[in-house]
Structures are given as C-alpha cells and as structure tokens.
Ligand binder design. Structure first.
Ligand SMILES: Nc1ncnc2c1ncn2[C@@H]1O[C@H](COP(=O)(O)OP(=O)(O)O)[C@@H](O)[C@H]1O
Ligand SMILES: Nc1ccn([C@@H]2O[C@H](COP(=O)(O)OP(=O)(O)O)[C@@H](O)[C@H]2O)c(=O)n1
Ligand SMILES: [Mg+2]
Length: 234
C-alpha cells in the first residue's frame, strides 16, 4: 500500500471517475483471498480495513495502542479513524477503482463513510460462509495475528452476526448486494465473483473527489491533513 502520509500526489487525473466496491463477509470467509484475485484480473486497488488498522496499530502512539487493544479483543475501531485511513489510501493510490475489504462492518461505519466520502459503492460483494468453515480456516491461516485465537474469533463472529447484518440488509434493500457461496474452493468461488465483476455496470453513478462540494472538500482536507484536492472542473 502507498504511504498514507504521503497524501494525494496528483497522479490521479482530475475528473477521473472513482469506482468503489465493498467486500464483506465473516472473519475467514475469504475476503482477502478473493480480493487478490480481483486485483489480478480487474486492476482494482485492494484496501483492507483490517490491514490499514494493523499498520496504524504498529505506530507507537496513543491511537496505535488503542487500536491494537480493540483489535485484540475483536471489537470495532471508531468509524472516524477507519474512514480517514481509507480516504488517505484512496487519495494516495492514483488508481480509480477500489475494493474496500472488511468495510462497512456496521451501520455507523456506513454512515460515517456516507458523510465523509459519499461515493456510492457500485455494489457490495458478500462472501457467505459457514461458521465452522470460517473457524477452521482462521485457526489454520498462520499469519501471526493476535486476534486469530479461539476467544477472539468467537467475539468476532458475534460482532459479525449482530453488527454487519443490518448493513447487509440495507444494501440488499437498495439492490446493491451480490452474494456468493464462499464455502467452496477459492477458484470456484472466484468463478462467481468474476461473473459479477464482468457485469459491472460502467454507467453507474460515479463521482470524483474534485466533484464533491466545496464544504466536503474542505472537510476532506481537514480529515486527511496533508493532501491537496485538485479541482477537475476547469
Ligand atoms: N475458499 C476457500 N477455501 C479454503 N480456504 C480458503 C478459502 N478462501 C480463503 N481460504 C484460506 O482461509 C484463510 C482465511 O482467508 P482470508 O482470505 O484471510 O479471509 P478473510 O479476509 O475473510 O478473513 C486463509 O488462510 C486462506 O488461505
Ligand atoms: N471496518 C473495520 C474493519 C476491521 N476492524 C478491526 O479489525 C479487525 C480485523 O479485521 P479484518 O477485516 O482484518 O479481519 P478478517 O475478517 O479479514 O479476519 C476486526 O476484528 C476489528 O477489530 C474494525 O474495527 N473496523
Ligand atoms: Mg482479511
């Protein structure tokens, strides 16, 4: 991932349309695995909310320590922090299509995103997987994550059941939910994922950062501090 502190480097042509796809699913459902396949085939930039937070947790700051503790307990980090990290990464990337993996995790995440970024997702990919299969995978993934232990996994499942379900229902009502059966082998799951991305409607409502209203651009500037938002409207 690009250095989030570097900020928007001007490499994204002004006026370029941004496409956002949210990828959600329980812990261990295969979000990261499918995202890397989507990146290879469709040229998206993968932004994992969890990876951005893990990176931030390494910083020797009060905020870093707070994030580390919340993640260790399987609890959710404040929406403002995660949306700010996502926005920085979007602006720093120079790409125009993004997979946002592990977000929104709950309604407050969704509302914060709508308030601050407000770019409608093209669609929301939900990877459905049974709890037994997710647990088996997490306990075998060996990524050295300190939240991949039996107690924290249980808490993460509960958070997914209680908090993410309303988000799923919201996007379902809007006709934006695309559900795949994640219980199968990764390549089989990807066959369905591929068909969804191939069908992506390029005529959807897209906005550029430059097209957001002046107040919002000022707000983005305050949130992310160190970038300069260019105005694409000559
Ligand atoms: N469809 C699948 N079948 C079997 N194992 C999988 C599948 N998808 C992912 N895995 C493995 O399960 C673990 C969790 O996958 P990951 O992509 O990290 O899930 P998530 O990001 O949703 O937590 C990893 O070790 C990964 O290699
Ligand atoms: N939107 C998000 C995403 C992750 N997180 C935190 O990050 C942890 C790990 O998220 P992750 O997406 O990397 O986990 P997996 O579902 O990939 O296993 C979560 O359990 C939360 O503590 C969060 O607070 N808010
Ligand atoms: Mg993941």
């Amino acid at each position: 991932m690009a250095d989030a502190n570097k900020g928007y480097d001007g490499s994204m042509p002004p006026g370029k349309k941004l496409k956002i796809v949210f990828v959600i699913g329980g812990p261990g459902s295969g979000k990261g695995t499918q995202c890397s396949k989507i990146v290879n085939q469709f040229g998206f930039t993968h932004l994992s909310a969890g990876d951005l937070l893990r990176q931030e947790a390494k910083s020797n700051t009060e905020q870093g320590t707070m994030i580390k503790n919340l993640m260790h307990e399987g609890k959710l980090v404040s929406s403002e922090i995660i949306v700010r990290l996502l926005l920085k990464a979007i602006l720093a990337s120079g790409n125009d299509k993004f997979l946002i993996d592990g977000f929104p995790r709950h309604e407050e995440n969704r509302r914060a995103y709508e308030k601050i970024v407000n770019i409608d997702p093209e669609f929301v990919l939900l990877i459905d997987c049974s709890r037994e299969e997710m647990e088996r995978r997490i306990l075998h993934r060996n990524q050295g994550r300190d939240d991949d232990n039996v107690d924290t996994i249980r808490r993460r499942f509960e958070v997914f059941q209680e908090s993410t379900l309303p988000v799923i229902q919201h996007y379902e009502k809007m006709g934006k939910l695309r559900r795949v059966d994640g219980n199968r082998q990764p390549d089989m799951v990807f066959e369905d994922v591929k068909a969804i991305f191939a069908q992506m409607n390029t005529q959807g409502r897209n906005v550029t950062i430059a097209q957001t209203n002046p107040f919002k651009r000022w707000f983005l500037h305050l949130c992310c501090g160190c970038f300069d938002v260019q105005d694409g409207r000559n």
